[in-house]
Design a protein around this ligand. Sequence first.
Ligand SMILES: Nc1nc2c(c(=O)[nH]1)N(C=O)[C@@H](CNc1ccc(C(=O)N[C@@H](CCC(=O)O)C(=O)O)cc1)CN2
Ligand SMILES: Nc1nc2c(ncn2[C@@H]2O[C@H](COP(=O)(O)OP(=O)(O)OP(=O)(O)O)[C@@H](O)[C@H]2O)c(=O)[nH]1
Length: 461
Amino acid sequence: MQLNDKTPIVAIATAAGRGAIGVVRLSVPVHHTDAMLSTLFPGILLEPRHAHLLDVTDVKGALLDRAIVLYFPAPASYTGETVLEIQAHGGPMLLRLILRSVLEKLAFIGIRIAEPGEFTKRAFLNGRIDLAQAEAVSGLIDAVSEASAQAAARSLSGDFSRRIHAVGSLLDEARALTEAQLDFPEEELDDLMADEIVQRMETAAGRIDELLKTARKGAVLAEGLTVALVGAPNVGKSSLLNALAGEEVAIVTDIAGTTRDRIEHWTAFNGVPLRIVDTAGLRDTTDVVESKGIERSLQALKEADIVLALSDASGQVADDADALKRVEETVRCGTPVLHIANKCDLASDGVLNELQSRGAIAISAKNGEGLEDLKSRVLDLADMAGGTEEVFLARERHLECLRQAGVHIRRALEIADSGFGMMEFLAEELRLAGRSLGEILGETDAEGLLDIIFSRFCIGK
Ligand SMILES: Nc1nc2c(c(=O)[nH]1)N(C=O)[C@@H](CNc1ccc(C(=O)N[C@@H](CCC(=O)O)C(=O)O)cc1)CN2
Ligand SMILES: Nc1nc2c(ncn2[C@@H]2O[C@H](COP(=O)(O)OP(=O)(O)OP(=O)(O)O)[C@@H](O)[C@H]2O)c(=O)[nH]1
């Protein structure tokens, strides 16, 4: 995708498949506006931002549909170019015919089908939204829980971006004060000025830490938490999946080795999207299918954000210790492992006490006991126990930029601390901190980054 490509584009903007209404959307540079309008709707004067009910025809003039047409003249549009929307009946064939008609009729201005995310990319390149907002657009479309949708909406409204800007301004001020000092090297830096600079840097550092904390939560809302259920066969992994999902997702039997493949299910705890992965029970086996399944269990273990290691508190499952040992050996360093004592409804007090004394949470996948406790422990581990009202959607990319900004500002503070000996370096660290923040908003021109971000969008967005 070329940066600043000025080719007119068109796409079906609504989801594939049948729907009540379907939208074909065009974005064309302002100088093609008249040619586009007079070709598609000859003799009709479209009033900007008003709904018109118009005939839509193919190249030969045959009627395709009567549709609502909306005209947004540049620059007051989603993309900043002239946008035209044809809101037709939502049949997949009809929408394809309208798309083809537009492509054929407007071939003379070079129109082509838009790439994924290209409308939003143009909105970004034309300064309608910044990069964090553009990413929030896809976050809003991909949101799987209420909390993640709300967080994305907050980011899209510019809430996150404004906070980044505010910290950026503090850094700019600190740097301006520093640089003013550089211009008069013979003068001693007076204490008042030094205080002014340090104060701004400290406030900025504190705000970056806060933003990082919130952004970590925002990233969890955007990506979801992956929770793997592991343990020996028959300890009740599939039963726990079903209990957490609230439906019969996985097959449950009393035959050890029932689950052969990993089973994934999305749910939410307290609005936090959660991917639960049920896996094949871990044991030595000569069964080819089962051992392939066990390989996948171990893979799921490595990919998990949180591991729930199940034991059978009823004492019916013998090879428990072996399975738990394999869990400990395989799990990625730093991934929290929660020990779960399942079937507490069948357990003797002795066994249960023993498991609990080792930190296990007692639950019964069968009667639901302990599940609320389990959920809150999972949220605690992910640092998502508090509400998500203030959280905005964030990506790993944003976290990395915030971390970088934090590193530079701390270095700047160290320089200040050691007596402002190296003002040039201090100014440079402040500049680098500001640049890291700017990257979040897309203020640096990294074309590769844009391609990665926008290629994840759906077509027509
Ligand atoms: N039919 C339709 N629905 C849609 C969209 C769309 O493009 N078309 N959107 C997106 O896909 C979202 C809405 N986003 C939009 C954002 C800005 C502008 C716009 O025209 N902005 C101008 C004018 C602002 C104003 O009048 O307040 C501007 O920013 O200058 C339009 C849609 C969701 N729903
Ligand atoms: N009483 C009681 N029985 C349970 C509980 N959880 C699971 N079970 C029973 O234990 C048996 C095994 O349950 P599953 O959920 O299939 O166990 P699994 O760990 O997924 O087993 P594999 O697929 O073999 O790895 C079934 O008969 C369940 O009904 C529980 O909390 N209490």
